[in-house]
Design a protein around this ligand. Structure first.
Ligand code: AOF
Ligand code: ZN
Length: 347
């Protein structure tokens, strides 16, 4: 690992402190190095608050040495006036001459103009250090801006014989396939995404809350696909404690109020594409899809997914509802006690 890579790697590590709380902004980390030593660090906590570079510069005690220091940042410093002023202006104003950047910011307001500004001011700019890792860090942000849809994560739990649920079930109570540690991990994952989506069968059969109650993170926006208007008013997802979007047809549309929004699907053929467009319009950068098989499979069939996280429990059902099937690259496999977790990427 080169010195540049070592410092950008630290930027990535710092940036991850903001996971789940920076939407719609990206995760960004920054370090300032003088005489081969890190003299300042910062990351972006939350949209509307200072950017990573501002926090890193603020943390430097002896500002006089900035003129001979190098600033490392995992994403191109911004050049625009958004909720906060441009970071590239601040870098220039502080006299920092060397800038090392992980990757370009593809947000249309920035998109290379931050780098240009720095170069025009005479800074020595290096771009593309640990680029792959920096792109992965902001996979949600980049997918949203580049593909004009959210980053889509599919999640399901299956038995050893690949069923996600038994055929029949009493009392709208889910039957657990995975252990409590795996379920806690799922709640952590929910807290990292901006939204969570299910089909109406899951709402009707499981009556899920879709919250992060087993993890101290924020709740994602809840989304249910209910084209045929089958979700009943006593469903837990309509409890108004968290923002919820019901995607339905004109016939079943109701008045939106407080935390509950109804969105209408116009087409018959391209429903999944249209759902992605609706989510894009709501500025949702990431969504975790938690079932059931029909909903997940319809995203797979349209090739509208980025990552799949599949739990395999230690039980068998012999019959029931078959798990989705997909072709993807297995990128990791690990165990939580008796459960196996496999992560697939679609690339
Ligand atoms: C940076 N450093 O730490 C972040 C950047 O509304 P604003 O002012 O917060 O600007 C948001 C945009 O700035 C966001 O869409 C992204 O392009 C960039 N985020 N840039 O130089 C940071 N978080
Ligand atoms: Zn900035």
């Amino acid at each position: 690992m080169t010195i540049h890579e070592k410092h950008i790697s630290r930027c990535i590590q710092l940036a991850k402190n903001g996971l789940g709380s920076t939407y719609p902004n990206p995760l960004v980390g920054s370090v300032i190095v003088y005489n081969n030593q890190i003299i300042g660090e910062g990351w972006h906590y939350q949209a509307g608050e200072p950017h990573a570079e501002v926090n890193a510069i603020k943390s430097v005690k002896n500002k006089a040495v900035l003129k001979n220091a190098t600033i490392y940042v995992s994403l191109e410093p911004c050049s625009h006036h958004g909720k906060t002023p441009p970071c590239s202006d601040l870098i220039i104003e502080k006299g920092i001459k060397k800038v090392v950047i992980g990757t370009i910011d593809t947000f249309s307001e920035v998109s290379g103009t931050g780098i240009q500004k720095l170069m025009n001011a005479g800074c020595d700019v290096t771009v593309g250090v640990l680029e792959k890792e920096c792109l992965e860090l902001n996979k949600r942000f980049f997918t949203f801006h580049n593909k004009k849809r959210p980053y889509i994560i599919l999640k399901w739990a299956q038995t050893q014989d690949h069923f996600i649920a038994p055929e029949t079930r009493k009392n709208r109570k889910p039957i657990w396939i995975t252990n409590s540690h795996s379920r806690q991990l799922v709640h952590k994952w929910r807290s990292e995404e901006q939204a969570i989506l299910v089909g109406n069968k899951t709402v009707i059969k499981d009556n899920p809350k879709l919250t992060t109650r087993e993890w101290p993170g924020k709740n994602p926006i809840r989304i249910a696909i209910d084209i045929s208007g089958k979700i009943t008013e006593d469903s837990a997802i309509l409890d108004n404690t968290t923002a919820t979007i019901i995607i339905t047809s004109e016939k079943f549309k109701k008045e939106s109020f407080n935390n509950l929004t109804y969105e209408v699907i116009q087409t018959k053929e391209k429903i999944i594409e249209e759902i992605c467009t609706i989510l894009y319009r709501h500025e949702i950068q990431s969504v975790i899809i938690e079932g059931g098989t029909q909903t997940i499979q319809s995203f797979i069939n349209e090739n509208l997914w980025d990552e799949a996280r599949v739990f395999e429990g230690n039980t068998t059902f012999n019959n029931g509802i078959k798990a989705p099937t997909l072709k993807g690259n297995l990128v990791s496999e690990r165990k939580i006690m008796n459960d196996t977790i496999r992560i697939y990427k679609n690339d």
